[in-house]
Design a protein. Structure first.
Length: 197
């Protein structure tokens, strides 16, 4: 079974998320730089908010999500190779660190909803990436052993989640090669070639 990360893997959205974080922080009276927020991308939204503004993390997440959906969602684009999902066996799931309702809105707006069977947000599990918990949820929901799950993501957090759950981690190196990947690809089209598991 294929499990995809969303931001930076299927859609070009990371900078839009960062812009929303920075604006939300500013509205709450905190100035941060892009370079301070970028390394946190890939963690669950609540963990990012806790790292950036511990005393007001809940408020920060809510404001960031509101801003993202209202002002930055229009900047999100699917990658050109994303429609390869039509050729992959179903079911296909997304495990994202974004809030679940934000992720579902993103895939709806960019036209990917028909290709995805299930979306699990970082706020819908007790521990998000890099913990293995999201893959345990997928495993139970689809009655598939985690060792039969192929995780495709663009961050070290995706690869660590896969490793800890016993899944096969594939790094889509759109910008950087992830640490801990079992395989590195540079286009989702490479998924059409059988993986040597």
């Amino acid at each position: 079974m294929y499990v995809f990360d969303l931001d930076g893997t299927l859609v070009e959205s990371v900078n839009a998320h960062i812009a929303a974080w920075l604006e939300a922080l500013k509205l709450l009276g905190v100035e941060k730089r892009y370079e301070e927020v970028r390394p946190l991308m890939g963690l669950p939204a609540r963990d990012i908010a806790t790292a950036l503004l511990p005393n007001r993390a809940f408020e920060l997440v809510a404001l960031k999500n509101k801003l993202f959906l209202e002002k930055y969602l229009s900047l999100v684009r699917p990658y050109d190779d994303v429609y390869i999902l039509e050729k992959l066996p179903r079911p296909i799931a997304i495990v994202t660190s974004s809030s679940g309702y934000v992720a579902r809105r993103v895939i709806e707006v960019v036209g990917l909803a028909r290709l995805i069977d299930f979306v699990l947000g970082g706020d819908e599990v007790p521990r998000g990436k890099p913990a293995p918990d999201p893959l345990y949820v997928i495993s139970r929901r689809f009655s598939v052993d985690t060792r039969d799950i192929i995780v495709i993501g663009d961050s070290d957090y995706d690869m660590e989640m896969a490793r800890r759950a016993g899944a096969y981690g594939v790094c889509i190196a759109r910008y950087n090669v992830c640490n801990g990947a079992r395989k590195v690809i540079y286009s989702l089209y490479e998924l059409l070639t059988p993986l040597s598991l």
